[in-house]
Ligand binder design. Sequence first.
Ligand code: COA
Length: 174
Amino acid sequence: MLPWPPLRRNEPSVALRPWGAQASDAATLAAAWSEPDIARWTAVPDAHDEAAAARWVAGEGARRDQGVALDLAITESGVPEVVLGEIGLALVEADRRWAEVGYWLFPAERGRGRASVALEVFTDWVLRDLPINRLFARTHVDNPASAAVARRAGYELAGELPDGAQVWVADREG
Ligand SMILES: CC(C)(COP(=O)(O)OP(=O)(O)OC[C@H]1O[C@@H](n2cnc3c(N)ncnc32)[C@H](O)[C@@H]1OP(=O)(O)O)[C@@H](O)C(=O)NCCC(=O)NCCS
């Protein structure tokens, strides 16, 4: 069972909260899954409608409790009802405790440093408080904003995959 975070940063204002805390979350998520950049660069389910998003939100607690994935909505501090984006992890190497991070913002919320701050806050918390030793991000050369977020959040470039994706890594200290 993963512990629950009170994660926030003031400048720029970023807070991370669970999906499902607001009635509008399923509609918000369905809209995000239909946004072209988000659909292109992140793993979104085949079904994009609100019913599918509601099922996904309902399953979030179970995925978290099983330790396989954890996704949080990005909001401004004190404005939990307006979702700016999402940040989350999926456990990919259970034995080594490695997990992959993913993140997105709605187009209107980009360009203000909030994805980088969300990733920084999330990474600090996960590597300090959760049983995860390494977080990594995979970014594509055609998506430089995504690599910039990883770099700004303190991830180090570890290498390149045959498909051209860059791999960025943050490790638990000590
Ligand atoms: C990747 C993505 C989240 C990046 O969003 P973003 O808004 O560019 O990222 P940030 O929130 O870190 O904003 C950084 C920008 O805000 C600016 N900024 C403004 N105030 C800032 C502050 N206080 N601190 C840092 N940056 C600030 C930076 O200059 C930067 O602009 P630049 O890239 O033109 O230099 C967004 O493009 C997205 O959702 N894409 C679709 C999904 C996706 O690709 N996900 C990643 C898959 S690996």
